[in-house]
Design a protein around this ligand. Structure first.
Ligand SMILES: [Mn+2]
Length: 328
């Protein structure tokens, strides 16, 4: 395992002819944008590329071509291929190997295992890794990679996928990780053919009504703690059922709650179908929520982190609040 430069990573991809790409579970816009961009870009270089995204791919990014481009190879086939020839595996936007969930072992079976990420908590895994903790999104690291690979500017579809990821991770250029560089990268991607309006309409204004019902139920159930410094909400199986959603990302709930004046911490606890509780944490005004996620084996960024706890939602709530109490 060693840290390499972007140029080294690019050279290893150039040499590969069969490439599997991977990303983290509960794949967000940055993860999905990264996967789509990698598949399109590397296939255009004549490589055989397959993407393995854990779980269900959220519908809001279907306009990027996720149905046609991601999870198109069956598991048995993938194992056959990785055992019979040299397959290069690349993980993007995953802070550690466990985040690859059901595809972790397939990634590890690769002949050359590469990691590209922007999570500062990523200590590196695989055979060679490149982590830029200053980058607001993994898609921007990919833009830099494609630039050093030197095959000329990316096409409009790749630019669209990268812009979608960049916009997702910066909260449409509103979060603390929005820097001059993020805006310059966005401008570059618009010049290459990404349409901010189309992307925003597809991502932000195309939600099923049931998803909005779920946000309403969760917000109604939420509580303010520590004189309003902390807001805590649940997404229970019952809420999902009543709203008519089967497995929903908690991001919409989190985003709604972070709008509250004076709130420094947002906590959303979601009952997962596998019997665990997924905890989504957001910090405002520089409040570090990563340390709470890390205490439970999770990870992420200072202002946006998450972890998974076994047991009931009540138990998870008590544990997370006990940890939070050290810092509020
Ligand atoms: Mn990301």
């Amino acid at each position: 395992m060693s840290a390499v430069t972007l140029a080294d990573l690019g050279a290893r991809l150039e040499k590969a002819s069969d490439i599997f790409v991977f990303t983290h579970e509960v794949a967000d816009g940055d993860a999905l944008g990264s996967m789509v961009a990698l598949v399109l870009y590397l296939r255009a270089l004549g490589k055989q590329v397959y993407a393995f995204v854990p779980g269900r791919v959220q519908a809001s990014y279907r306009f990027l071509g996720t149905d046609e481009l991601l999870n198109t190879m069956a598991e048995g086939e993938a194992w056959k291929m990785v055992r019979s020839r040299r397959v290069t595996c690349l993980s993007a936007d995953a802070a550690d190997v466990d985040r690859l969930a059901q595809w972790k072992n397939l990634f590890l079976a690769g002949a050359d295992r590469l990691v590209l990420d922007h999570h500062a908590s990523n200590e590196g895994f695989g055979d060679a890794f490149y982590v830029d903790g200053t980058s607001g999104s993994c898609c921007e690291v990919l833009l830099a990679l494609f630039t050093v690979m030197g095959h000329g500017p990316v096409d409009a579809r790749v630019a669209t996928a990268l812009y979608a990821g960049l916009a997702a991770d910066t909260g449409s250029f509103q979060y603390a990780n929005t820097t001059a560089a993020s805006l310059m990268h966005a401008a570059q991607l618009v010049e290459l053919g990404a349409s901010p309006e189309d992307i925003s309409r597809n991502v932000n204004e195309a939600r099923p009504y049931s998803a909005l019902k779920l946000v309403a139920a969760s917000v109604t159930d939420s509580r303010l703690l520590y004189s309003g410094q902390v807001v805590l909400a649940h997404v229970t199986r019952r809420m999902l059922e009543e709203a008519g959603c089967d497995e929903e990302d908690t991001e919409a709930v989190t985003n709604e709650l972070r709008r509250i004046a004076g709130t420094r911490v947002v906590i959303v606890l979601k009952e997962s179908s596998d019997g665990t509780v997924k905890v989504s944490l957001r910090g405002k005004y520089g409040f570090d929520v990563k340390r709470i996620a890390l205490a439970f084996g999770g990870g992420g960024h200072v202002l946006a982190a998450g972890c998974t706890l076994p047991g009931t939602i009540e138990r998870a709530e008590a544990d997370v609040l006990a940890e939070l109490d050290k810092y509020v």
